[in-house]
Design a protein around this ligand. Structure first.
Ligand SMILES: [Zn+2]
Length: 287
């Protein structure tokens, strides 16, 4: 073959190869990950951080079990690392045996994790789950109800205090059951709810478990349970460990002085995370 033609072909092939890789890397990760409807078939592993990560070998949480119902199945966000699925199943059974009611579960992660196009900043590596404060009704919710059921807010209309007719010792114990589980690293609740837990725990002289309960905007219908990186996930990034304090002092007061503690900043869409911003292993999951 003519040498010039050969060089031209090689340049053309190299150019096409890099061009397609650059195009893939600059795509919005949420758009790519949200279109994938199935889990990857590799071994379970969480990659990266809670807000910049992905999940291989995800397990799904069935919509119904005797002890829980998982809301809004059409969102396809009922996937997680096996540790997350196990903790939901274990805890809902524990709650049922102790209190006679099941749990209402919200979003976990998408089938292969990754950034979501709306609703959450984290929930990306299969280790986050939202749990509603409201108890599961004592019947199995039908498909339509799973999509439309609206759990109640635990806060008053002006968002400054707890609704005492809804909040009970049950909620205190529910959060404590999750927090006492060593797989759980943090639980996010509204600052007004944290304040209420502080008052109750200090009265009972047992506030040390509150170190895992972190104040955050929003989180008045549900609380957010976060697991630490599993042993099988070497490329998973933990957050720094929580400090050894109940967090009922100055930090909480700062939160309570904020104007809109009922807003969560998670609703600001993180659509602009690019595939190239995620750990390399995440790119392998979408090939
Ligand atoms: Zn959440």
């Amino acid at each position: 073959m003519n040498k010039k033609i050969l060089i031209f072909i090689i340049f053309f092939l190299l150019f096409s190869f890099f061009k397609s890789h650059i195009a893939i890397a600059s795509e919005y990760a949420s758009e790519v990950f949200s279109k994938i409807r199935t889990e990857s078939l590799d071994a379970p592993e969480s990659f990266g951080s809670y807000s910049k990560g992905c999940l291989s070998g995800g397990r799904y949480l069935p919509s119904h079990k005797f002890h829980y119902d998982a809301l809004k199945p059409s969102r396809n966000r009922f996937w997680g690392h096996p540790n997350l699925i196990n903790i939901i199943e274990d805890t809902s059974q524990k709650v049922y045996s102790a209190y006679g009611n099941g749990l209402l579960i919200g979003d976990l992660a998408m089938p292969r994790g990754g950034p979501m196009p709306y609703g959450h900043k984290s929930h990306q590596n299969g280790l986050d789950v939202d749990v509603y404060y409201q108890k599961k009704p004592n019947y199995e919710l039908q498909r339509f109800e799973l999509e439309t059921y609206q759990p109640k807010s635990m806060l008053s209309k002006d968002q400054t205090s707890i609704q005492n007719n809804l909040w009970s010792e049950y909620h205190y114990q529910l959060l404590k059951i999750f927090a006492d589980d060593e797989r759980v690293t943090r639980i996010f609740v509204n600052p007004v709810i944290k304040k209420n837990l502080c008052t109750q725990a200090i009265e009972k002289n047992e506030s040390s478990w509150l170190k895992k309960i972190r104040p955050w905007g929003g989180h008045y219908k549900h609380f957010h349970v976060r697991l630490e990186c599993p042993e099988d996930s070497k490329a998973c990034k933990n957050q720094p460990p929580v400090q050894n304090s109940d967090g009922c002092g100055a930090e909480l007061d700062t939160w309570l002085k904020k104007e809109k503690i009922y807003e969560s900043n998670s609703t600001k869409i993180k659509k602009w995370i690019l595939l190239s911003d995620l750990p390399k292993s995440c790119n392998r999951l979408i090939e």
